[in-house]
Design a protein around this ligand. Structure first.
Ligand code: SF4
Ligand code: SF4
Length: 296
């Protein structure tokens, strides 16, 4: 039998200003399961080698920082950096650090992301906080949190960046993005949109595929959340939020926000939460790109 060599793809997964909900969402991946992703070859012949992930790794302290730094040095240009959470930039690590340097000084999250990002093959910003700043960067933003893209721009890091927003992101959006990179390499021109999101998952507005869309077209609006009818007047952000929730649904295809009587709060949109607030009010005066456009 031919000896098929498995290619290893080292992954370093950092967490900044985050609730860890993105990790929890990805851990709930059903098809493939997270065990398939981490232990098996998610793509035949290709294995994701998760070298550092604070929520799931068994080790702690110096041991895991050593693993992180060894991967960084040994696999320069060959590992994928996943960033979960926004990046506090104020106070030289006062708002978050990952390990210590040789002198015992905490290494700030922003310098970790900058240095590891600069030497990575590609960076995946997982969740709205890493992609756009999200809740940690909402006003008044006391820790001066930024997204990965903003940090890279300010520090001249040009490593390819893929944003996978959502609060949290659907596990398929992340696993599908990783699988696509393993299968096809870095995204080709046109596969990402102007916000560096994979068009495969974020190519359409929620509103385009919503089962309540016929109500919208007939101007039949719900007066309260339990009513039938379109939820636009109650604040639904589906007309300005790009994601495939109505088609893919959540919890292994069981349900999604609008179908269960809630509304889309725009959790995957750039500018969430400030620019989509107040969440339970009509989106009339929002100036975010695409906000205010009603696709009819
Ligand atoms: S406004 Fe919201 S509830 Fe109404 S059709 Fe669009 S996505 Fe669906
Ligand atoms: S429907 Fe809207 S609020 Fe709900 S998960 Fe999708 S993007 Fe987020």
């Amino acid at each position: 039998m031919a000896n098929i060599k498995t290619e290893e793809y080292p992954v370093i997964w950092l967490q900044g200003a985050t609730c860890t909900g993105c990790s929890v969402s990805v851990l709930n991946s059903v098809s493939p399961t997270i065990k398939n992703v981490l232990v098996d070859e998610v793509i035949p012949g290709k294995h994701v080698n998760l070298r550092f992930q604070a929520t799931v790794m068994a080790g702690a302290g110096e041991l895991v920082i050593k693993a992180l730094e060894e991967t960084w040095k040994a696999k320069k240009g060959g590992y994928v950096l996943v960033m979960e959470g926004a990046i506090p930039t104020k106070g030289d690590g006062a708002y978050g650090s990952i390990g210590e340097d040789k002198e015992g000084k905490p290494v700030s999250i922003d310098s970790r992301v900058e240095n590891l990002g600069r030497d990575a093959l590609a960076v995946i910003a997982l969740g709205t906080c890493a992609s756009f700043g999200g809740i940690p960067a909402a006003k008044p933003n006391p820790s001066e949190c930024v997204s990965v893209g903003q940090l890279f721009k300010s520090r001249n890091v040009t490593t390819p960046l893929i944003n996978v927003p959502g609060c949290p992101p659907h596990p398929d959006w992340f696993v599908g993005t990783v699988a696509s990179v393993l299968l096809n390499g870095l995204p080709k021109e046109g596969e990402l949109d102007e916000w560096s999101r994979p068009r495969a998952f974020y190519g359409q507005l929620i509103h385009e595929n919503c089962p309540r869309r016929a109500y919208y077209d007939e101007q039949k609006f719900a007066k309260k959340l339990s009513d039938p009818g379109c939820l636009y007047e109650l604040g639904c952000k589906g007309p300005v939020t790009h994601a495939d929730c109505p088609l893919r649904m959540w919890n292994n295809g069981v349900n999604w926000c609008v179908a269960c009587g809630g509304l889309c709060i725009g959790c995957a949109a750039p500018g969430f939460p400030d620019l989509v607030s107040p969440m339970y009010a009509k989106t009339a005066d929002i100036t975010l790109p695409n906000i205010g456009q009603r696709v009819v």
